[in-house]
Design a protein around this ligand. Structure first.
Ligand code: P6P
Length: 340
């Protein structure tokens, strides 16, 4: 009996889950398998970032006007290659590319899915060894097989996601994803090069005592958010306050901690950014899908993130996500103080 016999690898899990859902297609399984491959390649580079010449800015800027770190471009390239190789992806919307990337070959034209991704989120943290992540979201295309994909394939409500997930490159590397039947977490075991099921059926606590927001933006925040921050800081043992402030400026790391321990993450609109900073398609929607599947909540302060009809692929939205009771409380403050 080897030590790994009682551990289920990602591939074994995908195949077993496919067996559980007879109408599940092999295509999604193959796509998820290739995401796993790309994640391992990126993980290897992230882990060696201090040793191999992949640190520092790439010299270009992405569509957001943000300096592209070399690892950003490395991650973007390797996920694109893995998705092309899967033969199951028709096109990609990536934070690192202004326009959609179309796989205009026989496999791509007949592929069933389109893919949204932030290939390396939090990349400004790369040089200081803070956890970073890949975030992805998968839809069935609405354009006809055999025809070229269009932007409409990507402008679908988040409720239409077929799968969503993230990879967190931290003290260990984890892949966390959902296909709409719960959330499962896999930890990479470097000794066998496999993601192994370590966090089955993740459920996030209804309440928590961690709040995550960049308080450096305080003066630019909406009144309701300012009041909610003060609420978090008041002393009230009955509601376990004051809460703890935890914010490391890497969405995947901040969200993942709160998912497991309970907490709320907020990136609201500010007087500087009227729609906030985070992008709907490849940051907020996938994280929202996971949050809801784990029993949590994700809104723009007013409505479900997953019900927002996107109007552009790099669209930004205000983002409140995590423990359902905490998100509801923050919304109550917004409702009362933003409308007085
Ligand atoms: P700020 C990283 O650049 C990112 O997109 C998210 O990972 C993170 O939550 C947010 O921006 C941090 O933004 O303005 O607080 O530095």
């Amino acid at each position: 009996m080897t030590e790994h016999n009682n551990v289920q690898t990602l591939n074994q899990f995908i195949i077993q889950r496919q067996a559980d859902y007879p109408n599940a297609s092999g295509e999604l399984s193959r796509l998820l398998h290739h995401i796993g491959i790309a994640s391992k390649i990126v993980n290897r580079a992230v882990n060696k970032a201090g040793l191999v010449d992949v640190l520092g800015a790439h010299g270009d800027q992405n569509v957001q006007g943000e300096d592209q770190q070399k690892l950003d471009v490395f991650a973007d390239t390797h996920f694109i290659n893995a998705l092309r190789a899967s033969g199951e992806c028709a096109a990609i919307a990536s934070e690192e590319n202004e326009d959609i990337i179309i796989f205009d070959d026989a496999m791509g034209r007949n592929a069933k899915y389109v893919f949204c991704m932030d290939p390396l989120d939090g990349s400004s943290n790369i040089d200081v060894n803070v956890s970073i992540g890949t975030i992805f979201s998968i839809y069935q295309r609405v354009s006809k097989k055999g025809e070229l994909p269009t932007k409409e394939d990507f402008l679908q409500e988040g409720t239409k996601q077929v799968a969503a997930g993230y990879v967190i490159y931290g003290s260990s590397t984890m892949l966390v994803y959902t296909t709409g039947n719960g959330v499962n977490g896999f930890t990479l075991d470097p000794s066998i090069g496999e993601f192994c099921l370590s966090h089955p059926n993740i459920k996030t606590p209804k309440n928590g005592s961690i709040y995550s927001i960049n308080e450096g933006n305080y003066i630019n925040l909406p009144a309701g958010v300012k009041k909610y921050i003060k609420y978090c800081q008041e002393k009230d043992p009955k509601t376990n306050r004051p809460y703890t402030s935890r914010y490391i400026g890497s969405l995947v790391a901040d969200f993942h901690r709160n998912l497991l321990k309970g907490g709320i993450f907020i990136y609201p609109n500010t007087s500087a950014n009227s729609n906030g900073k985070l992008r709907l398609l490849y940051e907020c929607n996938p994280i929202a899908f996971i949050a809801e599947q784990a029993g949590g909540k994700a809104t723009n302060g007013v409505e479900r993130i997953l019900k927002i009809k996107p109007d552009s692929i790099h669209q930004r939205v205000p983002f409140y996500t995590g423990s359902s009771a905490m998100v509801k409380k923050a919304e109550d403050f917004l409702d009362f103080f933003n409308n007085i």
